[in-house]
Design a protein around this ligand. Sequence first.
Ligand code: CA
Length: 272
Amino acid sequence: MTLRPRASGLSDVGVIRSHNEDCFEIDPELQIFVVADGMGGHSHGEIASRIAVEAIRDVVAKTADDDATLPFELDPRLGRHSNRLKAAIRIAHDRVLKAIRQDASLHGMGTTVVGMLLDRDSAAIAHVGDSRCYRLRGGKLELLTQDHTWVNEQVVAGFLSEEQARVHPLKNVVTRALGGDSQVDVDVREWQVAPGDVFLLCSDGLTTMLTDQDILERLRTTSQLEEVCGRLVRDANTRGGYDNVSVVLIRVEGSSDGGPDDDETAALPAAR
Ligand code: CA
């Protein structure tokens, strides 16, 4: 069985904001998918999220060859794809910091990031901040990432309920971001991938407007990824669209080994 991703993404400024500081990347050939949500005054969030997304794609591309050396020491507990993704995010962080050092007016910019790098039947999923990854499998939606936010820390510690966290005035305070402290702590985990799995990467502009149940209902409506992306964004905007909203959907499709379609290099193009 050969697994291949089919993906679609959409980003929208929302109803209130004047700039879209989110950014996303879909590359089915490199099997990398990213959503970043920038922050900072003026339009600097846009710069931070774009630097991050481009850096991640760049490092993933440069390390695609199995012989390519990684810029950081390998973590032996993780597969090579997870090490690549983690290294890519750390380099993205360094590049955001470098841009700030080179131009003092960019001081204070930063970005969250969530990325997925596939390798055969394993997905490395890594994140920093409150951009999320969900997986739809067997009709069930599961959140695979834990927000790096002050409110989520309170939920984990038992001081706030999830519902209280959703409406808390400090719900937007992230505790980790690229471009913040000199070192960045990246969470990365590996997940087994099966045909039919659908992964959703999204910025908090989606999840502050729609509950997990809302998202599940929309994912179930059709198998057309483009249509689902459109519906998620439109409904976030209908509910108020307080923030930029970005979604990337990846469906893993399987084909039997030896079939005429069984060519790993012929990854389906992204429907953007
Ligand atoms: Ca946001």
